[in-house]
Design a protein around this ligand. Sequence first.
Ligand SMILES: NC(=O)c1ccc[n+]([C@@H]2O[C@H](COP(=O)([O-])OP(=O)(O)OC[C@H]3O[C@@H](n4cnc5c(N)ncnc54)[C@H](O)[C@@H]3O)[C@@H](O)[C@H]2O)c1
Ligand SMILES: O=C(O)C(=O)C[C@]1(C(=O)O)C=C[C@@H](O)C=C1
Length: 368
Amino acid sequence: MEKNTVLLIGLGLIGGSIALGIKRKHEKCRIIGYDLNENQLKLAETLKVIDESSTDLASSATEADLIVIATPVVQTENIIDQLMGLQLKKNVIITDVGSTKKKVVDIARNKLGGKAVFIGGHPMAGSHKSGVTAARAHLFENAFYLLVPAEGENSSDSVEKLKGWLEGTGAVFVVMDEKEHDRLVGIISHFPHVLAASLVNYVADEDQAKGTLSRFAAGGFRDITRIASSSPEMWRDILLHNREVLLSLLDQWDEELGKIKELIKDENSQGILDYFTRSKQFRDRLPGRSKGAIPSFYDLYVDVEDEPGVIASITKLLAEEKISITNIRIIETREDIMGVLRVSFRSETDRQEAQKKLGPYYETYLDK
Ligand SMILES: NC(=O)c1ccc[n+]([C@@H]2O[C@H](COP(=O)([O-])OP(=O)(O)OC[C@H]3O[C@@H](n4cnc5c(N)ncnc54)[C@H](O)[C@@H]3O)[C@@H](O)[C@H]2O)c1
Ligand SMILES: O=C(O)C(=O)C[C@]1(C(=O)O)C=C[C@@H](O)C=C1
């Protein structure tokens, strides 16, 4: 029997993770990878993220039963353009993973006609890291995966088929329309990235003269700006696509800042307390790390004294319980006395077991 063929276009963090996720449940399918960057393409093959690499998009597309476009969103427009001129398989499904949906779904609707079924996709998990070396089969486990079918309810069979292809990602699928998608994601993902980048740029400008700000930048600044390390190309495209939503959010943001500015100006002690209480209550009620637009990396933060052998003693304790670590990193040093170690695990269970084991010896936190 002929093997089902998947074409993955764009083999970075997300494309690579989707390929690995598909293989979990469709071991026998053949995954062809295509990427403009030869290094990423070669790496993807070497790391066995794909079965074969292709340098001929057109001929690979005509062989595919499923085409996944995982490039920055402006590139996705060009790729849909290229695909529409080809003789594709009759029941082919085309999907993407881009962070915006309106432009891409509009183009697909207008250009693909009856040629293929297009279902926009957006896994709501990721990282500030890029490239196929950061790809993980479990990246989307328990995260929401938003689906936006170009033909709305008429494509429900194809939506089920696509969910079947993506089952191994372990994601939770939710179908919505493109307008709702771009507004929702504009608020909870795009806008925070704009704020993080602007905050970092502001501090960078202020820091130019002496360099003291970056030297003393502590947990708060680091927490709120991690995402400012994300791919600039990816974010350029997202902002160009979600322009209207972001412009309106920026106007509303001015008003929000105006409120706290007034409270400070008036030395309104109760008002300031209420402002922070309200935000704390909302933040504390957010669902845990298992779902939503929060990366599914299972990190545990451990306060450690800055002395020789501390990492070895932590890894020894974990090894005694046979808990595997996927990464370990010192992320912060306070006054050269205490450090914070970030230890990453493969699953929530491993993280909890590790916290139990390390708890008697070290101060540990799930969030920093
Ligand atoms: N990074 C995240 O957290 C995240 C989360 C969800 C969705 N997304 C979306 O996923 C998409 C990919 O993001 P990523 O983080 O994997 O980026 P990435 O930089 O890791 O990978 C993108 C890959 O696309 C390739 N590429 C670019 N243009 C191409 C073209 N015309 N043809 C073929 N290959 C091309 C690049 O060479 C690169 O290997 C973006 O649309 C982004 O909005 C990202
Ligand atoms: O965790 C991160 O680094 C992310 O930015 C992931 C994140 C987000 O949560 O905003 C970024 C863009 C996506 O489209 C979806 C997820």
